[in-house]
Design a protein around this ligand. Structure first.
Ligand code: GDP
Ligand code: IMO
Ligand code: MG
Length: 427
């Protein structure tokens, strides 16, 4: 009955796509449980590079059934272009299953996302502009459109009317935009219905039956712990729950079924968009991390903000997710630094603080307290086992493990599937 959750332990872009793809060959189902096409997961297989946004990274493993769970928000036009792109490259996507309860990102949700950000000006969140927040807001406000609504035109029309009623007031009177026509939206949404139909399934039933049958199910988080709407750096977060509990609600699987929770942890830290980031670097080290780590957003093409590893955040991720393991990624990027600072605590108003403060004002003022670890200069990209790593790289990993509160069970030493050191098996 192994059910594993794999999620981001920082602010996203930790390398979840690579980690999921790596396990994809040995699991029966890979399930996205939250978020939407705000995610950007890069997977490198041989000399082929794939950028996935909405589809679970398991789609690249032929034996695996990819599932889009009820907690995900789906933009059908993005889904189709992603499927087309994969099909053109010879990837079979016919096994995909999509929950009928998943909410649809409508064109007006994308519009509202963009105008809201413009309206916020300097206070903007720096969203991906994909309509994620407004779609989840409609879901919570009970005016969302679900995939299953596409199969009843009369219900769909009523729901779009209800959703647009208030929104059109806002768009015309506050944002000075043109009103959106119900008929046009309904027509566009209905045009997706036939192509979506073969994929739509009762995914909750499918997944629970699979677990009863001892199949291996992997839940793949989008974004990361610090972008979680409840546990992240609110309001600079996404509008869903990437943390482990989100897998239960977003896929309809009870917490008793989850056997392992793996936190994907970058050997340094990055963030995209606005919000506090204590170890952020504004000097040539930050530039070097960005350059060597290729830290540019897969979805929006924005440069990622870069900084040193933050153990306070890693400990927090262990706690709120109940992590059983870490998968440390991008260790190879740190090759060449003589000394590597690691944030072990914060200083807030002159006091040393070991854990993430619950007050956002404190977090905004947190200054990193660094310990410096000796670096290494040897190329580690072909290391296959922990003992192949230079002593200082081994010590860096051991120090991070000690500070972070869960065992590091795998280490990424390059973007490729095989550029991974397995320490403890995940299955
Ligand atoms: P995700 O959103 O968590 O899936 O991560 P992204 O795909 O947005 O960003 C991670 C980037 O790092 C991708 O370009 C990956 O190909 C790359 N990557 C993943 N693991 C490693 C690693 O261990 N070393 C290196 N050098 N790159 C990696
Ligand atoms: P993956 O899955 C990094 C960030 C955005 C913004 C905030 C809210 O690739 O790790 P949203 O469009 O979700 O309302 O934007 O969240 N964000 C991400 N940052 N990786 C992601 O996904 C992200 N998805 C959203 O930059 O700050
Ligand atoms: Mg990403």
């Amino acid at each position: 009955m192994p059910a594993l959750v794999l999620l981001g332990a920082q602010w996203g872009d930790e390398g979840k796509g690579k980690a999921t793809d790596l396990l994809g060959g040995s699991v029966d189902y890979v399930v996205r449980y939250q978020g939407g096409n705000n995610a950007g997961h890069t997977v490198v297989v041989g000399d082929q590079k794939y950028a996935l946004h909405l589809l679970p990274s398991g789609i690249l493993s032929p034996e695996c059934t990819p599932v889009i769970g009820n907690g995900v928000v789906v933009d059908p036009s993005v889904l189709f272009s992603e499927l087309n792109g994969l099909n053109e490259r010879g990837v079979d996507t016919s096994k995909l299953l999509i929950s009928g309860n998943a909410h649809i990102i409508t064109p007006y949700n994308v519009t509202v996302d963009k105008v809201t950000e413009r309206f916020l000006g300097k206070r903007k969140i720096g969203t991906t502009g994909r309509g994620i927040g407004p779609t989840y807001a409609d879901k919570i406000n009970r005016v969302g459109i679900r995939i299953q609504d596409l199969y009843d035109e009369s219900i769909l029309t009523q729901k779009v009317e209800a959703a647009l009623d208030g929104k059109n007031q806002l768009l015309t009177k506050v944002f000075n935009r043109r009103a959106i026509e119900v008929g046009k939206v309904v027509e566009e949404l209905l045009s997706y219905a036939d192509r979506l139909k073969p994929y739509v399934a009762d995914t909750v039933l499918v997944l629970n039956r699979a677990l009863e049958d001892d199949k291996v199910v992997l839940f793949e988080g989008g974004q990361g712990t610090l972008l979680d709407i409840d546990h992240g750096t609110y309001p600079f977060v996404t509008s869903s729950n990437p943390t482990a509990g989100g897998a239960c609600t977003g896929a309809g699987v009870g917490p008793t079924k989850i056997s392992r929770v793996i936190g994907i942890l970058k050997a340094y830290t990055t963030r995209v968009g606005s919000g506090p980031f204590p170890t952020e670097l504004f000097d040539e080290d930050g530039e070097a991390l960005r350059r060597i780590g290729g830290e540019r957003g897969v979805t929006t093409g924005r440069d990622r903000r870069c900084g040193w590893f933050d153990a306070v955040i890693a400990r927090y991720a262990t706690r709120v997710n109940g992590l059983t393991d870490f998968f440390l990624t991008k260790l190879d990027v740190l090759t060449g630094w003589e000394q590597i600072p690691v944030c072990v605590a914060y200083e807030i108003d002159g006091k040393r603080v070991e854990e993430l403060p619950y007050s956002q004002s404190d977090f905004h003022h947190a200054k990193p307290v660094y310990e410096t670890l000796p670096g290494w200069s040897e190329d580690i990209t072909s290391a296959k086992s922990f003992s192949d790593l230079p002593k200082n790289a081994q010590n860096y990993v051991k120090a991070l493990e000690e500070m972070s509160g869960a065992p590091i069970s795998a280490i990424g030493v390059g973007p490729g599937r095989d550029e991974t050191i397995e320490i403890n098996s995940f299955l």
